[in-house]
Design a protein around this ligand. Sequence first.
Ligand SMILES: [Zn+2]
Length: 358
Amino acid sequence: MSEETMSEPPDSHLGSDVFTYNGGRVDPGESANIRYGISETYLGDPVRIPVTVINGEHPGPTVFLSAAAHGDELNGIEVVREVAHDWDHSNLHGTLICLPVMNVPGFLAQERYLPIYDRDLNRSFPGREDSTSARRMAHQIYTNFIEPCDLGIDFHTSTRGRTNMLHVRADTSDQKVERLSRAFSSNVIIAGEGPSGTLRGEATSAGIPTITVEMGEAHRFQRQLIDRALTGVASVLAEFGLHPHSSVHWPGWRVIIDDAGEKTWLRADAGGIVDMKHSSGNLVREGETICVITNPFKEEDDIVTVEAPFTGLLVGVLENPVVYPGNPLCHLVGLSDTILNALERELERQDPFLETLE
Ligand SMILES: [Zn+2]
């Protein structure tokens, strides 16, 4: 990355601008907690999402932080809430749009999808005014609170029963997205466009650089991951000048995984009960046992040992220890020698982040 790109602010709705949405405004130097109606229930009551808009006194970029597009993915909710309500924004240069719970019906039911024909809100962006219920909700969120932004971060966790080490997903072929993904300072970046209809994919292709942050498992607040993500948000706000006196964080080591790199979801070849020997974030050597699959009798003949096909990092592992043949066991990503050496040095220092990531 050149010095020029580092110092250049993104295309910005600069000026100490008033932030407006359908039905309201937030002036520079003010903040507002909004309950914004995006749909209606079977009883005709409004379905309203919580939104906090913090409009700084000083001009700067507009940034959205969003979570719970999948209703049971909770870690990001706490990240967004703490940024919105615990941080001091008295010297904010720009505007923060905080969307802690986008999929309110899914959140209330503690389910991933919208409980209306199991629709996926995060495949429904940018939405449409005259389409399905999911697309109408997405349209309300997108036009009011995403479109006015210069960049954004969407927080997710692994699906129920699995867990992820904290990592960023980003289309790093887009220079602005690459800058954002590096600024978040996670150790692992998985490069790729992302499926169509995702908030990050659609916002990015509309010129609003957006990354997804994956962290931990559904149905949990995982304090260490939340703290790590808050460091990432602070680093992004520093990089893009919203908190101009803060500094950008360097994570110590970084691996960008693209399509060229070795990576695989290892799947079970037998049904049974899984004894997982590792946590997400662990380094495993080629040939090392990752887990064993047994039946209820633990019969020797039926024990299946799953070994690492190459040396790599376990980005995701299963948490619910039962599988049918074909179910995913873990997400293993190969590492170059340079990264491997850097990672080993980190592990020798016993970085508590790597040791205890779950
Ligand atoms: Zn998700």
